[in-house]
Ligand binder design. Structure first.
Ligand code: AP5
Length: 230
């Protein structure tokens, strides 16, 4: 299964993507996480990406596509969950090209939807662990010990792009650049399913399971619809 998660910042793609990948033993490729690792590591990619990320803008397609190609090399898992990628039509076309080479189309696209005030509140309360990457929310899923990671004890940090002004820009970029991919995948014959992403993590997890439960014949149908485009 090749699964793409779409949705605005803060809607819960990372949270649900981890759960899906963990439950099924699938590989999760989250471009935001990969970029933050590169920034922390001070690599050439990280240095080039940082100013775009801090401004809430998209990192240029060529950098992202090269990074994803590298992440995919040797990925032989049954399933791959793309979280935060693709974000532009050029990235979607590049992904199609790579997957064509592997004879594996995008089977399913989950579009997470929630009212804007819900995602803004989630982002304002998000705290992440700089050491192990665990994600918390001071309002909605607080750590047991104030501002400390439950997994490794490190002090939690707020993401620099979760400041209100940057969040507004990220939401606008999503509407302009990424939301049109919903129509892109519909045209390509992938199975596009909308998931109501308000409610608790567990409620959304159930909706995701339901959306993914309809595998088998629908996946085969998506493959054959897609084959018509090749
Ligand atoms: P990225 O890291 O991908 O950020 P994003 O897409 O803006 O998504 P977020 O990580 O902010 O939110 P999410 O939907 O994953 O929500 P989460 O599960 O964390 O990208 C960051 C930047 O990198 C971009 O702005 C860009 O600059 C660059 N970039 C990345 N990919 C790129 C690409 N392909 N092309 C170009 N540039 C790229 O949840 C949010 C919070 O809510 C958490 O605190 C969580 O605990 C909480 N929460 C989640 N679900 C629930 C729930 N159901 N109930 C209560 N709380 C919840």
């Amino acid at each position: 299964m090749i699964l793409v998660l779409l949705g605005p910042p803060g809607v819960g793609k990372g949270t649900q993507g981890e759960l899906v990948a963990g439950e099924r033993g699938w590989r999760r490729i989250a471009t935001g996480d990969l970029l933050r690792v590169a920034v922390r590591g001070g690599t050439e990619l990280g240095r080039r990406a940082k100013c775009y990320m801090d401004a809430g803008e998209l990192v240029p397609d060529e950098l992202i596509v090269a990074m994803v190609r590298e992440a995919l090399a040797g990925a032989d898992a049954d399933g791959v969950v793309f979280d935060g990628f693709p974000r532009t039509e050029a990235q979607a076309a590049a992904l199609d090209e790579v997957l064509d080479g592997l004879r594996r189309p995008v089977d399913r696209v989950l579009v997470f939807e929630a009212p804007e005030p819900v995602v803004v509140r989630r982002l304002s309360g998000r705290r992440s662990c700089p050491s192990c990457g665990a994600v918390y929310n001071v309002y909605l899923a607080p750590p047991r010990e104030d501002e400390r990671c439950e997994r490794c004890g490190s002090e939690l940090a707020r993401r620099s792009d979760d400041e209100p002004e940057t969040v507004r820009r990220r939401l606008a970029v999503y509407r302009e650049e990424t939301a049109p991919l919903i129509a892109y995948y519909e045209r390509r014959g992938a199975e596009v399913l909308r998931v109501a992403a308000d409610g608790t993590v567990e409620e959304v997890r159930c909706r995701v399971r339901e959306a993914l439960g309809r595998t088998g014949s629908s996946t085969a149908a998506a493959r054959s619809r897609r084959a018509g485009h090749l």
